[in-house]
Ligand binder design. Sequence first.
Ligand code: AMP
Ligand code: MG
Length: 354
Amino acid sequence: METKVVRLGEGNKDEEVLREAGEILKAGGLVAFPTETVYGLGGDALNPSSSKKIYAAKGRPSDNPLIVHLYRTEDLFQVAREVPERALRLAEAFWPGPLTMILPKSDLVPKETTGGLDTVAVRLPSHPAARKMIEYAGGFVAAPSANLSGRPSPTTAKYVVEDMNGRIEMILDDGEVGIGLESTIVDLTVSPPQILRPGFITGEMLTEVLGQVENDATLFSTGSGQAPRAPGMKYRHYAPKGDLTIVQGDKDQVVAFVNQKVLKARAEGKRTGVIAASDTAFRYEGDVIKTIGDRRDEEVIARRLYTILREFDDEEVDLMFSESFGDESGEHGGLGQAIMNRLLKAAGHQVIKV
Ligand code: AMP
Ligand code: MG
């Protein structure tokens, strides 16, 4: 299949392009599009054959449900069988924006879209082009992240092209996304509501609106013995091709430990990489050193993380070490929880404490 790649924001053609994207979606085709979190791979959420095509294009297991994207809040009543008052309060506070809610699904949404579940994940993105496209598509666009299954979510159209060229009808290129990590997912079918995936909308922000919110027990550890409740969280995800280990501890000791490992690996003919904050990056010996930013600036770290993981793949690094960023324990909250959750998943939960 020939994939049409169109750059947004050039001249006055966006309206026309978004209309065309909407038509492709209505006809059962797939379009990758920018959102404020990461690039999404869209199909008509109400068309079972579109959802099947999404799974095929990504190589994604079909029990891993998709998020249904809306362009206006009132459509929540179309896709959810029940809309609890707390869902409306969350929508009021955080929509349009990077928050996904899990609700009981209505009959309108096919099981192909929800991976066979009776619940549906719903979000209203704030990205203006995304919303326009969803409106032109008829209002309901199922979209997971626009990467091949197992690869880091794309934060720029270049990576979407890398993974999806030839597999889908169209890619809308709007440069780099703003947030860089996927939406927060909160399950409203349980009491108290549970965070199934941390993101830019933090536990503290949700607690302010809902009173009480819990973290799913599997977010920061693999040792809980429980299966993750967001099916997608059980798959190896955001994974670079090489082997990644997170090293935690006193700064000087982390540098010394990593450098010793790097020199040993180099002696064995391996290519090494390090992810470090700007204050320590210059002290590492690795072949490829990635400076992720000031360790206090979590928004920058969040935006850079997936790009760095992809760059390591491009540079064919075999062995990688990362400093720890954000919230190591998952107890401090903030955007740091989302960063650490993704970093742990990318590292397959390999952590060394020095
Ligand atoms: P992605 O769009 O690639 O970020 O993946 C969507 C995420 O939402 C996956 O981790 C899914 O498992 C999760 N998800 C979607 N629908 C549901 C649902 N009904 N219940 C729980 N998790 C869901
Ligand atoms: Mg994804």
